[in-house]
Each structure stands twice: as C-alpha cells, then as structure tokens.
Design a protein around this ligand. Structure first.
Ligand code: SF4
Ligand code: SF4
Length: 508
C-alpha cells in the first residue's frame, strides 16, 4: 500500500495524520463524507456521461465566473511552433515497426533509420529512444504470456475489442480523401442558412453536440499553432498542398465523452478507450453531416489517430478545462476521463473563453498520478518543468508511457489509463464531488484542496506502481478499483478462479 501523503505541503504519514487531535475531528468528517460518497457512487445516476446529457443538467459546472482572457495552463514562455508529424507517437511508432519488419536492426540506433522524420524526433529526444526500443521487446514478451490469462480477462478483452472492431470497420465519417477545399464541402447542400447571430449558432451547435451523444463541448477560433505540419489526411492523388492551413478552417467545435467509468477505474487490464473513441467518432460524423445540411463545411477530427490538430490545448482555449500533470485535458465534470474529438468549420460562431479553475495549483500539490504511473512517465516536480513548442508544462515522456502500454495486460497492449483512474478529479457525479468542485476554485487559501487530498490519501487504497504490472513483469494486475461484476469472468464463464483482485472495492 502506498502512503503517498508524504510530500511537500502535506508532510505526514497516515498514522500521524490521525493522531493530530484537531485533524482527527476533520478525519471523522472526511470519513463520513467518504462513506457517503461510497454509497452515492453505487447509484447508477452518479455516472456522469454521454447518456445523461439531456436529463443530467445538474452535472454541468458553471464556467462563467472563472472565465479569463488567457488560459493559465497555456502559458507561453518561448517561441510558439506548430507540432511536427513525428511529435505524434502514433505516426512514428508504425514507421519504426515497419522498418524492423523490413529488416532494419533497431539496435543500430535511431540515427540509422531511413525515415528522416523519425531521426529528427529522436535527435530532439535521444533519451526516449531506449524506451521505444524496449516497447518492441515488451510487445514480444506480452504475446508470449498474454494467452495464459484469458480466463481472467476474456470479458474485458471482448468489451474493448467489440468497440475496436466498430472503429476499425466504420466508414463514418469517411476519412478525408480529396483536398480540404473539396472534401470538407462534400456534404454541403446549397447556400449557407443564415443564423440570427454567431451566438445563436454557437448555442445550437452545442445543443446538437449533446444530442449527438457528447458530454462536454466548447468552441474556439482555430489557432494554427496547434495544427500539425505535414499531416493533412487524404487518400486521393493530389497530396501537394504543403503546410498551409485551409482558409475555411475558421472555428473548431471540440467535444468529448468519458470512457465507461467502471472499466476505466479498473485500468489497466480491464479498461479500454475505444468505447469513448467510438462515440466521439460517430459524433464528428453526425456534426459534419448536420453542418453540411445547413450549407457549412466540416472537417472531422476523431480519436485515436485521425487528427490533424492537437486537441487538448484547443479544448483548453475553448474553456472546457485546464492542462493536468498527466498531460491530459482536465475538466470539472469528468476530470481527465474525457476522449476528445472535433469538427473544424467555416460557420461563424461565438467562441468560448478559457477558464481559470486553479487546477494547476491542485496538480502542483497532488502528484497522485505521478506516484501511481507504472512507467514513471509523469513529472514529480513541484512546478511545471518543461517547455513544449513554447508552452510551459509538466514533463511527460510519451515513449516510456507507450513502453508500459506494450507491457499492459490489455489485448494487444492498447493503452493504460491508470493516471486517469487514480486522479481525484475523475469522480462520479455525486453531491460531495459537486461541492468540492464548486468550492476549490473559489478557495484562495487552498484548504479545500488540502482537505480533499487528505481524504484521498487517508481513506483510499493506492496499489504500489509496480503492482499495476502484469505478473510476467513482476506485478499482480492491480487496478485502482477492482473490476465491475460484469467484467469478472468467474461470474459468467465456466472458468476456475485462480486469482485475487488488488484494488479498492468496485463500489467506490
Ligand atoms: S497511461 Fe499509464 S503509463 Fe502512461 S502516463 Fe498514464 S499511468 Fe503512466
Ligand atoms: S492525479 Fe493529481 S496531479 Fe495528477 S492530474 Fe489528477 S489532480 Fe493533477
């Protein structure tokens, strides 16, 4: 068990904390709150999500009092640059894999790979190359061991793979094929319908995003500094339009949905991102088709790989939330449990403003995700310790993160999500969480934050980071939560249960 309360700003062990007379009383209160939270967490209505947007207006956080002109977690401290093709891990990893299959020996070093874009990336991040190399070793190791655990994980793998099949075989919306000046207009019918004002257009577009199954939506002008270089999608013959951002890419509607909460809490082995990816992809198609019916262009961007823009900072500009220590967008309603998609359009829209919810201060004190990360990919620094393309942020090693994905006991190593599961912001929609998310941004003293973190550290169990590993790399398949009953094979399949679960009880 990790006693992660020992750190700057809250330097007590669990036992010491309970010894303090005054704090013991606070502990009783917090314990009662934790108990109430537990009971409420059992209520299916506590699930914030894509299915509740019509009836669940109570889940929305009023951002208005926190609007600012510039997002505090998008602080510019150097020259701003557009991202390179190779900055996206899922561009360079398949190229490296293909080179290995073609006979290239990765032990000769990144300097010897033919693809100059991959060489350019690792010339900027040479420390990350051993992690990528190890990822391929881990993939091989996993393929040797994985089958032995099918009795335990069969239902989780089936759940994730059902959505994977849906994503891989869907042709909706179709991948852009022609130049954006053509492709983005392919569903446009007639002259553009005239909206009463950009504000009316924004209001309706947001309602439509909810009706298309999304949980949070924001709108902003497209900032070209978040458009990848050399990454325009197309399958047709005309590939030569360079890096120019099309003129009709004016505004971007960005939205997202959470991963199903209970499998996500049981990351890594029982979780998948594909449920949320699937819903988000479908929403981009529906939104693009809806815009086309009204005479406007639409360029869909969907997870996990079909992006031409980097969405988390765009979502921050659109006021959906702030940047978190673990490299995600963190929202008040869903925490970092949100998978993003977007539609770029030429429709005139009223943009949202960014917000300051003091999430950076929360992340500076919290560090729970960094303690839990089984690959050590998340910075433990007290303050943001990196500059990426001109923006100040916490250091994050995407190659070592991917190395753990390749180790993780999911089917085919599709992700991890532990840093999302353990985050105190990733919590269901009950009154305790509502109170905390309303109070913390309004509390300049930081007492709310400290009390919440004390509760997290003292009343919830955190497996050691190593325990999240599979047994073939020294772990025991731990999760922040035990899996939900519908993913426990022993409840439904004729299997012999030979394992114990390591995690908080699924009801929390
Ligand atoms: S996804 Fe897993 S390995 Fe990657 S940063 Fe999060 S906890 Fe670490
Ligand atoms: S776990 Fe803590 S430090 Fe990590 S993203 Fe969540 S709030 Fe921030």
């Amino acid at each position: 068990m990790t006693d992660s309360s020992t750190r700057d700003g809250f330097n007590t062990s669990r036992r010491d904390f309970l010894k303090f007379g005054g704090l013991a009383a606070a502990g009783t209160t917090l314990g009662a709150a934790a108990g109430a939270g537990f009971v409420l967490g059992r209520d299916p209505d506590a699930n914030v999500g894509w299915g509740r947007t019509e009836a669940g207006k109570d889940m929305f956080f009023n951002r208005k009092p926190f609007e600012v002109d510039h997002a505090p977690t998008l602080e510019i401290v150097g020259p701003v640059e557009r991202p390179e093709w190779s900055d996206f891990l899922f561009n360079r990893y398949p190229v490296i894999g293909q080179a290995i299959m073609d006979g290239w020996n990765p032990n000769n070093g990144w300097e010897t790979i033919e693809d100059e874009r991959v060489r350019e990336y690792y010339s900027r991040h040479p420390d990350r190359w051993p992690e990528m190399l190890q990822a391929f070793v881990e993939m091989d190791r996993r393929s040797q061991h994985r089958g032995k655990h099918r009795d335990r994980f069969a239902l989780a793998w089936a759940y994730g793979n059902a959505y994977d099949k849906g994503l891989m075989t869907a042709n909706f919306p179709p991948v852009p094929y022609e130049h954006p000046d053509v492709d983005d207009f392919k569903w446009v019918k007639g002259e553009p319908a005239k909206f009463k004002s950009p504000a009316h257009a924004s209001k309706l577009v947001k309602q439509m995003a909810f009706k298309f199954g999304m949980s949070i939506v924001g709108i902003t002008k497209l900032d070209h500094s978040f458009v990848f270089k050399n990454m325009m999608r197309m399958g047709g013959s005309n590939r030569n339009w360079g890096d120019e951002v099309p003129k009709h890419w004016k505004n971007i509607i960005v939205f997202g949905a959470p991963m199903n909460w209970d499998p996500m809490y049981a990351a890594a082995g029982y979780s998948t991102s594909y449920d949320a990816y699937f819903r988000a992809r479908m929403a981009t198609g529906l939104m693009t088709a809806w815009l086309g019916e009204l005479g406007y262009a639409g360029r869909p961007q969907w997870p996990g790989r079909d992006y031409e823009v980097i969405l988390p900072p765009i979502a921050i500009q659109a006021g959906m939330g702030e940047a978190s220590r673990n490299g995600c967008l963190m929202t008040p309603e869903l925490g970092p449990n949100i998978r993003l998609a977007a539609v770029i359009t030429n429709l005139d829209l009223e943009p949202d403003k960014p917000v300051n919810l003091h999430m950076r201060e929360f992340c500076e004190e919290c560090k729970i995700c960094a303690d839990a990360c089984p690959s050590g990919s998340i910075s433990q620094a007290d303050k943001p310790d990196d500059v990426v393309r001109g923006y100040k942020k916490f250091k994050f090693n995407q190659d070592s993160c991917f190395r753990f994905w390749s180790t993780a006991p999911t089917d085919n190593g599709k992700g991890c999500r532990i840093c999302i599961a353990v985050c105190p912001y990733t919590r269901k929609n009950n009154w305790i969480h509502t109170v905390v998310k309303e109070m913390d941004p309004r509390d300049p003293s930081g007492i709310t934050r400290k009390a919440l973190l004390a509760m997290q550290h003292n009343f919830f169990y955190y497996p050691e980071a190593e325990a999240y590993h599979p047994d073939w790399t020294g772990g025991n398949f731990a999760g922040y939560h035990e899996p939900p009953e519908w993913l426990r094979t022993e409840n439904y399949l004729d299997v012999e249960k030979t394992w114990e679960y390591d995690g908080n009880w699924e009801g929390f």
